[in-house]
Design a protein around this ligand. Sequence first.
Ligand SMILES: [Zn+2]
Length: 85
Amino acid sequence: MATTKPIICTLCNGEMQLYTGPRYNKKFSGGLIIGGIFATCFWIGAVLGIPLIVMGLYMTGSKRHLWVCKDCNTAIERVEINTKG
Ligand SMILES: [Zn+2]
């Protein structure tokens, strides 16, 4: 289960809020998909186009979790570390 406990800011002891947003620039990942489709339809073909589309879709779906302080706007990133295995 994910922890929903508030995190306290180390700088000002304020409460931190969870912020979830896209990890990558939407225009950039969208451009990759469009470029991939374009390449698949025209000149270079699927060899270059399909990897571009896959990469663009991956980047669009990738999210980042940040904790942002309500008081001083300090942000820390929550990184999930997989220690299994
Ligand atoms: Zn703070």
